[in-house]
Design a protein around this ligand. Structure first.
Ligand code: CA
Length: 606
């Protein structure tokens, strides 16, 4: 058989990951993971100036070839031909397949930082911009909006339709829950069981639509943060029917649950078997645990991340289930990513309430066991928990704010607490409004606090209109549909139509707060100082060379009187205050401020 590039050329290959690559990349070479018929029997050659085959590896299945290509800096974009040589006929290529090297089109993405306010969106539940993609043939789960745990039809088109709403609210970044294909029979809407690492789930849209959304978001002043999962794939991933190597999936590819005891990793008394049970156990049965110690898989995963950063021009990545992956792999992953894309910010999910546990993972931490990583920041679960304790605990003889005050005091443990993402809730817990008893005044304190303390604030979609999951904290109910996102909705959060006066008022408050926040360099990167809480008031300051911001949180149902002399270390005699949300000037009476009941004051000092 003669080599005939063209129409039938890829006939014996049914998949190549990545689908294409770029020239002039900030990393060396590219790994092609090719799946097809009996690939093990071929030798592979590439005839393209500047491109050479570094090595070819095969796993334990005959159906995969891992082709590592060197791509010289001088290589021009174009189509490569891979010649598959049959050992019985070494002079003739049995088949030719192609692979594209594209020219980069750099997107000027900046990393997210303290100057940003992030909106977290669960795409299936935000807005259905394209009802035609709700059901897609070949994908198992059909839409069912009446099922909390079913697919509701939200998609990339819906998010794109409402970028102006998000930027109009004052957000400057969006973190989207995972959008890659999840061809799982149920619960596929959440996106955490990937079945194709290079394909947007067609029920959300296409890869091209994701890229268009990234560009449109940037044009609207919104940075894009992608949610990624290196720890596990979905149980319906094609790998599960044809494992590339015997050790591709931990526990020999069969379900064995993790202990979920994340502290084991640093426990000086831990047994080796418990460590293995934690790290190699599966998160849940539907999520097989990837073995990142497998070198071919490690390369695959790192390269997959690089592909999406390059393709979308990402500002950041939120890494799911961070401690569940192999720790040394996460070091390699973070350090490679940061080296290739220095602007990129990354946060890891370590759902611990202990700041020492979070600190272990952060870049710059000097750990007793020598472990280091390049992870810039984490999701600050300890601060979230301490805030809720302070709001929900019974009154004590000290102050309800002591839990929060003392938790922030643990920041000495972190190399950089200012790069953590702080949040009043997320997609895995009851909505903040519900956590605070559906009390709008309390929810206002929460939003004000997380928008002004140290770190990068993140708010879950719908917080601004007091979305609630009262009575049912199932994930499906927490992630309920944003009103107005579906044709026929009688309430519309985007336009305000049908919202209660309380929700409209909260939306207005959030909008004013986030827009003011965009202007406040002191909140973006100023220092934080706070005072021992007394009574029901908690007082802290954000300060830089340009301005001083005083935040007063009073959770009491009566007026709190603050004697200003106590704060003169920061105030330095200044007694003129401007309420940034309504431009009023709270009166100072006999060197005292009278803070109204259940109030969050954000005051610029003049
Ligand atoms: Ca849809």
């Amino acid at each position: 058989m003669l080599a005939v590039p063209g129409a039938w050329a890829q006939s014996f290959v049914d998949n190549t990951d990545p689908p294409f690559w770029w020239t002039d990349m900030p990393v060396e070479g590219v790994q092609l993971m090719i799946h097809g018929e009996d690939l093990k029997k071929y030798d592979i050659e590439v005839d393209h100036p500047g491109v050479t085959v570094e090595k070819v590896e095969h796993g334990d299945s005959p159906h995969y070839a891992f082709v590592y290509l060197n791509v010289a800096e001088s290589v021009a974009p174009g189509i490569l031909e891979l010649k598959w040589l049959h050992p019985d006929h070494p002079q003739r290529a049995a088949e030719t397949t192609t692979f594209e090297l594209r020219a980069r089109s750099p997107r000027k993405a900046e990393g997210y930082s303290g100057s940003d306010a992030i909106c977290l969106i669960t795409p299936d539940r935000f807005s259905n911009g394209n009802p035609d993609n709700d059901a897609v043939s070949g994908l198992t789960e059909a839409p069912n909006r009446s099922d909390d745990h079913g697919r509701h039809g939200g998609d990339l088109a819906g998010i794109r339709n409402h970028l102006e709403y998000l930027s109009g609210m004052g957000f400057t970044a969006v973190w989207l829950n995972p959008l890659l294909e999840n061809n799982q029979p149920q619960w596929s809407y959440h996106g955490y069981a990937t079945t194709d690492y290079y394909r947007v789930d067609p029920r959300f849209g296409t890869n091209a639509e994701y890229q268009q959304l990234a560009d449109a978001a940037q044009q609207n002043g919104l940075k894009l943060i992608m949610d990624m999962i290196m720890n596990h794939c979905g149980s319906e991933h094609p790998w599960m029917d044809d494992l590339p190597t015997k050790d591709w999936i931990n526990n020999s590819g069969t379900f064995s649950p993790t202990t979920h005891r994340r502290t084991t990793l640093r426990d000086p008394y831990a047994t080796a078997s418990d460590l293995k049970r934690f790290s190699d156990g599966w998160f849940v049965k539907e999520m097989p645990d990837l073995n990142q110690r497998q070198p071919l898989l490690a390369d695959y995963l790192i390269q997959n991340t690089i592909w999406w950063v390059e393709y979308l021009g990402l500002s950041g990545i939120r890494m799911d289930t961070y401690p569940y992956s192999d720790a040394d792999f996460m070091t390699r992953w973070t350090c490679n990513l940061r080296a290739a894309y220095p602007h990129l910010n990354i946060c890891g999910e370590e759902w611990s309430l202990n700041p020492a546990v979070l600190a272990y993972w952060q870049e710059g931490q000097d750990n007793p066991d020598g472990y280091t990583s390049c992870l810039p920041g984490l999701l600050d679960f300890p601060l979230h928990h301490a805030f809720m304790q302070s709001m929900n605990a019974d009154e004590t003889w000290q102050s309800n704010w002591v839990n929060l005050y003392e938790m922030l005091g643990n920041d000495f443990l972190y190399p950089d607490p200012f790069n953590h993402i702080v949040f009043p809730d997320n997609h895995d817990m009851s909505r903040v409004h519900t956590q605070l008893g559906d009390d709008a005044l309390k929810t206002r304190l929460a939003v004000a606090f997380f928008a002004t303390t140290r770190g990068i604030p993140q708010f879950y979609y719908g917080t601004e209109i007091l979305m609630s999951n009262a009575g049912d904290d199932s994930h499906g109910n927490i992630r309920s549909d944003f009103p107005g996102g579906w044709a026929g909705d009688t309430t519309n959060g985007f336009t305000g139509e049908g919202l209660s006066p309380e929700a409209l008022d909260f939306q207005d408050f959030t909008r004013r707060l986030l827009h003011w926040r965009q202007t406040s360099s002191a909140v973006h990167n100023g220092t934080l100082t706070h005072y021992v809480p007394e009574g029901e008031a908690y007082v802290y300051f954000r300060q830089d060379s340009a301005s001083t911001v005083m935040v007063v949180l009073n959770q009491s149902d009566s007026t709190e009187v603050l004697s200003l002399s106590r704060f003169d270390e920061v105030l330095n005699g200044r007694r003129t205050f401007l309420d940034v949300l309504d431009d009023t000037r709270p009166a100072v009476d006999q060197n005292q401020l009278h803070v109204p009941a259940s109030t969050a004051w954000i005051l610029e000092i003049r």
